[in-house]
Design a protein around this ligand. Structure first.
Ligand code: FES
Ligand code: FES
Length: 155
């Protein structure tokens, strides 16, 4: 049965089983490919989106359970004029990604952190991103990028 989700500020009628994981709805039904499939069991963070501003692993959450909530994906991070979000800019400036497969999830997890704590310490950034895996070992550059974004957003 169809149901409605609010994604990146827009309402979408989803014609899928309510138990379908949000990640599949985003990628297969809506063509929003920012969130990535890594493990499929909530362990790697590649699929991270925001639910009401807080990080959510979309690979195992039934889409039908998210009706009254606001979902933000990587595609929703840009400003209305198309400008990159400071986190996106900072990740590019720090060349934080190698293969970049983990980066969308890292950016969304960092966005959740900066919403709660606009000026996090390096230790707080590391803790917030600890469960987001990067098989390329780019963690140090990722942490620098989050710090850089926080500084840019404070200006
Ligand atoms: S794909 Fe969702 S946590 Fe790994
Ligand atoms: S940059 Fe390749 S997995 Fe993180």
């Amino acid at each position: 049965m169809a149901f409605t989700l609010t994604i990146n500020g827009k309402s979408h009628v989803i014609d899928a089983d309510e138990g379908t994981p949000l990640l599949y709805v985003l990628r297969d039904e809506l063509g929003l490919n920012g969130a990535k499939y890594g493990c499929g069991v909530g362990q790697c963070g590649a699929c991270t989106v925001l639910r009401d501003g807080a990080p959510l692993r979309s690979c195992f959450v039934p889409a039908g359970s998210l009706r009254e909530q606001s979902i933000t994906t990587l595609e929703g991070m840009r400003a209305l004029d198309g400008a990159l979000h400071p986190l996106q800019s900072a990740f590019l400036e720090e060349q934080a990604g190698q293969c970049a497969y983990c980066i969308p999830g890292m950016i969304m997890a960092a966005a959740g952190l900066l919403r709660q704590k606009p000026n996090p310490s390096e230790a707080e950034i590391r803790t917030a991103l600890d469960a987001n895996l990067c098989r390329c070992g780019s963690h140090n550059r990722i942490v620098r990028a989050v710090k850089r974004a926080a500084e840019a957003m404070a200006r």
